[in-house]
Write a protein that binds this ligand. Structure first.
Ligand SMILES: Cc1cc2nc3c(=O)[nH]c(=O)nc-3n(C[C@H](O)[C@H](O)[C@H](O)COP(=O)(O)OP(=O)(O)OC[C@H]3O[C@@H](n4cnc5c(N)ncnc54)[C@H](O)[C@@H]3O)c2cc1C
Length: 484
């Protein structure tokens, strides 16, 4: 069965036994804690989308390995159309969830591996691509939720991995055995790894010849011995725990903020059949660059655009509810929000349309780098503007509002109804204000800035990818500036 239902996914989560720590306690089941549950429910909704005929073209693709319909989250792009549908999937899932498609990083990681392992086998005579394809076939046939772990803890940023006082700040090899490898270290900010059946682990950056211990790529099962997850914890986690099942009070009631964890690998054994890079430093940079190409198109140019759509919609409602929707400066600000988000989406579409087979002969299609980086850098800056305008139009209420539940209190409820009734009743105004609070005053600003890499990384890519000499020559030619 290549596509499972959300019920089947939830049943599989109940059977998983990951070591998960959140807010001072270890969990025995992800569904018992309201915060970890919100992450699982987001994944469940993505399984539902794949079952919906309306979204089939976006969410489902034919496996290049078996021809079977499989989740696009596990599909290796084989054409421009695949790339376009991939970015559409990122847009759609964000619009539906208001949080991560927690299978997104894994999808981009497996596309990078499909491309790079093919190249390694041709150049080195290894069997990594065969191994990877076998792993992928199984993942596709079981419709596994796969997350992606790239970001190492990194320690002192001035030092290379082997120079770090504590080697564990970069995931590294401990031992090679006949049947597999043993690894240890930390991968941080891992979206949805707790609720994924497996995580694909890639190196965090390019590596030098003497850094072979850090050149690792593999797939690790969720509840592998020695693997623990320490969840993020913040005011939104506390608020959700406080509300318990009374989730209507929350900004994004079912799916929550964006749940990440630190993955702690304490001598975790990985069998050879799940290892896709081990020591070949030359390919670490290529794996990361190809991952980043895919992820910047999807995360920057589509996922955050889906978020922006939700913010724009809610901001318009806020304006209507206070009666300012026709005021010129309000309309101008909303148009600016649309301009910023659609420009990023245009970059994602361009990135897909200019995508190409890489490397030639591999059959794997990757998006265009320059447009992908433009998508990400544009939205990194644009998102702050978008939430600024949402806060402007939403008014101070976005951060000063009382509890929604207070509207029901026999004593203060009637007062609040009168105080906050405007062009719409207080309930509607407060509900929208709470939703906007989730976006403007939560984790999404910094999340958008850093997700898919800090903006300095995209600026660096611009310097590498842009032919500045060509631009100078064009200008000189037109102005008639003669070289001596
Ligand atoms: C919400 C969210 C979800 C995420 N999900 C995932 C995920 O699922 N999987 C995953 O692998 N990662 C994930 N990440 C991690 C993300 O990719 C990183 O946050 C990002 O790459 C930045 O790395 P960092 O957080 O370690 O920040 P840092 O690298 O510490 O960056 C902080 C600042 O220091 C600068 N800096 C850092 N090092 C140097 C240097 N050597 N030289 C010059 N300047 C430097 C940066 O440019 C930046 O300005 C997620 C992040 C967020 C916020």
């Amino acid at each position: 069965m290549a596509l499972i239902t959300s019920e089947e996914y939830l049943a599989s989560v109940r059977k998983m036994k990951p070591r998960v720590y959140i807010g001072g306690k270890w969990l025995s089941n992800l569904l018992e804690n309201p915060v970890t549950k919100s992450m699982v429910m987001a994944n469940a909704a993505v399984y539902d989308l794949a079952q919906d005929q309306e979204y089939r073209e976006i969410m489902v693709a034919a496996s290049h390995l078996t021809g079977e319909p499989v989740s696009r989250n596990l599909h290796v792009a084989r054409s421009i159309h695949d790339l376009d549908m991939r970015q559409e999937m990122a847009l759609l899932t964000s619009q539906v969830l208001g949080t991560c498609n927690y299978r997104c990083v894994g999808c981009d990681a497996l596309n990078s591996l499909a491309s790079t392992t093919w190249e390694m086998d041709r150049e080195l005579g290894t069997k990594y691509n065969e191994r990877f394809s076998n792993w992928l076939k199984t993942a596709q046939s079981q419709d596994l939720a796969v997350s992606g772990a790239i970001t190492d803890a990194k320690g002192d940023r001035k030092k290379r991995p082997p120079q770090q006082e504590n080697r564990d700040v970069y995931l590294h090899l401990v031992e090679k055995r006949k049947d597999g490898i043993v690894v240890r270290g930390y991968k941080v900010s891992q979206s949805g790894a707790i609720g994924a059946h497996e995580t694909i682990v890639l190196p965090g950056g390019g590596l030098k010849d003497d850094e072979a211990d850090f050149a690792l790529a593999f797939a690790v099962q969720n509840s592998s011995p020695g693997l623990s997850y320490i969840c993020q914890y913040n005011a939104y986690s506390a608020e959700r725990e406080m509300c318990g099942n009374d989730i209507d009070e929350l900004g994004n009631p079912v799916y929550g903020q964006r749940e990440t964890s630190t993955m702690v690998f304490d001598n975790v054994f990985i069998p050879w059949e799940r290892v896709f890079l081990c020591g070949e430093t030359k390919y670490a940079g290529r794996i990361v660059t190809r991952f980043a190409k895919a992820h910047r198109m999807n995360c920057g140019g589509a996922c955050k655009v889906g978020f922006a759509d939700l913010i724009i919609g809610a901001t318009m409602l806020a304006a209507e509810y206070t009666g300012v929707e026709k005021v010129p400066h309000i309309q101008e600000k909303i148009i600016d929000m649309v301009r910023l988000s659609e420009t990023s989406h245009a970059c994602a579409i361009a990135s897909a349309m200019r995508g190409r087979e890489e490397p030639k002969g591999s059959g794997v299609f990757l998006p265009d780098d320059l447009f992908g980086n433009a998508a990400k850098l544009n939205i990194a800056h644009g998102f702050w503007e978008i939430i600024k305008n949402a806060g402007d139009i939403g008014g101070g209420l976005v951060v000063t509002m009382p509890r929604l539940k207070d509207l029901e209190d026999p004593e203060v409820g009637p007062v609040l109804q009168k105080a906050f009734g405007a062009a719409a009743p207080a309930e509607k105004r407060l509900k929208v204000a709470k939703f906007l609070q989730h976006w403007t005053s939560g984790l999404h600003g910094v999340g958008t800035w850093h997700g898919a890499g800090a903006p300095q990384a995209q600026r660096f890519m611009f310097t590498v990818l842009t032919d500045f000499d060509k631009k100078k020559k064009m200008a000189k030619k037109l102005m008639g500036l003669k070289e001596k």
